[in-house]
Design a binder for this molecule. Structure first.
Ligand code: 5AD
Length: 476
């Protein structure tokens, strides 16, 4: 399979690009000729899910298409978190219509959160779609695709059954080569924030067993990955109880991963504020391998809005958490998610969010306009009453606030020396490497003829900066 990544909307750890996945053995010995292309939209969990789908299909004998034109099966793995993400996919489906006309046997599938959320609408608005497959139905993909390639069925096949127990254990994940391996440690979400579609598209929270996670981490090392990124909707609420009663929480899991030789860095996203505890903060502080960067979604700076959104903390509690984390790890970088224009948000509420950003001084911000999602508590119970023009204006203003802060923080690093995990060639200049600092800042520096390449960790003296990137010179 080719796993290509189209758009990682709100992704603090976005990692774009289209790369061929590695060969995976066809363990079921099926003699298939069809080639699959998977295109991914949305969060990193979706990227990881595409790699899981790739593994499931490869195991069943499907091979990889280099391009969409070359594919017998195209799967669009989708996001439902905001309306814009869904509209983009509808646009994409229309755009793919000529391919369907050229090859009437082409199977076109929509997978993931939007498939779960808009199963009926997809069938109506995109009649060229053959498969609609939700996030818990990927094990059945080979059969679903096989049924369609039989060529008889006219209506889309729909499989959107959620499964409380599905964690995709035992799948030979087909990872996109790189330096960072994405490992889903938790699926679903139990928080039910009023604005959020995720519990409806991904079902209830469940933790993957530590054995499976450790196995995947070892496999990642064997494939040359240097960094693991643990993924979960509220990743730090991770918990797992084994059949023998052994209980593992998120700190325990991190410590087990720290023991693995060959893993240089460990990241995770996204934690939920109230799932932090003293044990987790001290685990992070004491382990060099755990990167000193946290994406900590606040959503709003107004207590009233936090209550309306059913976030489980107050502004004071959020501020105290940030303070505790910074006391334990003074140099830690932080980012956040903010929603402006949630129903009932007044200018005063909005100003409290502005003030939160100004006082906390996050290193990055992921800032969104509220988008009503059907099924959620907000969609069912409150009116989406903030005019689009006001939402737009607030978004513009809050972006300006955060940009100014980024414009101070990044240049503030000039003169310091940072450790960079080299990722790839810089996009704009092939004579430069780009990588990430421990605290998740992009850093570019000139290549030297010294054997450094993707996966190397090097020291870089920061000599310049934009508001989003550090520029430097390698010093060791
Ligand atoms: N409207 C706008 N933004 C949303 N998010 C989640 N649901 C919505 C919505 N309905 C944002 C939140 C979340 C991030 C992943 O996306 O900020 O943390």
């Amino acid at each position: 399979m080719t796993v290509s990544k189209k758009e990682l909307g709100n992704d603090p750890n976005a990692n774009n690009g289209s790369v061929n996945a590695m060969p995976t053995t066809n363990t079921k010995g099926k003699n298939r000729t069809q080639k699959v292309f998977i295109e991914t939209y949305g969060c990193q969990m979706n990227l990881a899910d595409s790699e899981t789908m790739g593994g499931i299909l490869a195991e069943d004998g499907y091979s990889s298409a280099e391009t969409m034109e070359d594919a017998d099966i195209i799967l669009i793995n989708t996001c439902a978190v905001r309306e814009k993400a869904e509209e983009r996919v509808f646009g994409r489906l229309t755009h793919l219509q000529p391919l369907k006309q050229k090859n009437p046997n082409l199977v076109l599938g929509v997978t993931g959160c939007m498939a779960e959320h808009l199963r009926e609408t997809i069938a109506e608005r995109a009649p060229n779609v053959d498969l609609i497959v939700g996030p818990d139905a990927y094990r059945r993909l080979p059969d679903l695709v096989g049924d369609k390639t039989g060529g008889q069925n006219m209506d889309a096949l729909v499989d959107v059954k959620l499964d409380k127990a599905e964690t995709y254990e035992g799948i030979p994940v087909k990872r996109k080569p790189g330096v960072t391996s994405h490992i889903s440690v938790q699926r679903g979400c139990d928080k039910f924030c009023t604005f959020c579609i995720v519990p409806f598209t991904r079902g209830r929270e469940r933790g993957v067993s530590p054995e499976e996670i450790i196995k995947q981490a070892h496999q990642s090392v064997a494939l040359g990955f240097k960094e693991v990124m643990l993924l979960g909707q509220t990743v730090n609420s991770y918990k797992h109880t084994a059949e023998d009663g052994t209980f593992t929480d998120f700190s325990d899991l991190l410590l087990q991963l720290c023991e693995i030789d060959g893993i240089e860095r460990i990241r995770f996203t996204s934690p939920y504020p109230t799932d932090f505890n003293a044990k987790l903060i001290s685990t992070m502080a004491s382990q060099k391998k755990i990167c000193k960067y946290l994406h900590l979604p606040a959503q709003s700076g107004s207590n009233r809005m936090l209550g309306e959104m059913r976030r489980q903390y107050t502004r004071d509690e959020f501020d105290t958490l940030v303070k505790d984390i910074r006391t334990a790890m003074p140099d830690i970088a932080m980012s956040t998610d903010i929603i402006v224009g949630y129903p009932g948000e007044t200018e005063e509420d909005f100003q409290m969010t502005v003030e939160l950003l100004k006082t906390t001084r996050f290193d990055f911000g992921f800032l969104f306009k509220y988008s009503e999602r059907s099924q959620t508590f907000a969609a069912r119970n409150v009116e989406d009453d903030i005019p689009e023009s006001v939402k737009k204006d607030r978004l513009k203003r809050i972006i300006e606030v955060q940009e100014e802060i980024c414009g101070e923080i990044f240049p503030g690093r000039i003169g310091s020396t940072v450790e960079v995990l080299v990722d790839r060639d810089a996009k704009r200049n092939k004579n430069q490497w780009v990588g990430k600092t421990d605290d998740f800042k992009g850093c570019v520096f000139d290549k030297k003829d010294n054997g450094v390449g993707p996966g190397s960790i090097v020291k870089v003296l920061v000599t310049g900066a934009t508001s989003h990137t550090l520029i430097g010179e390698q010093v060791t």
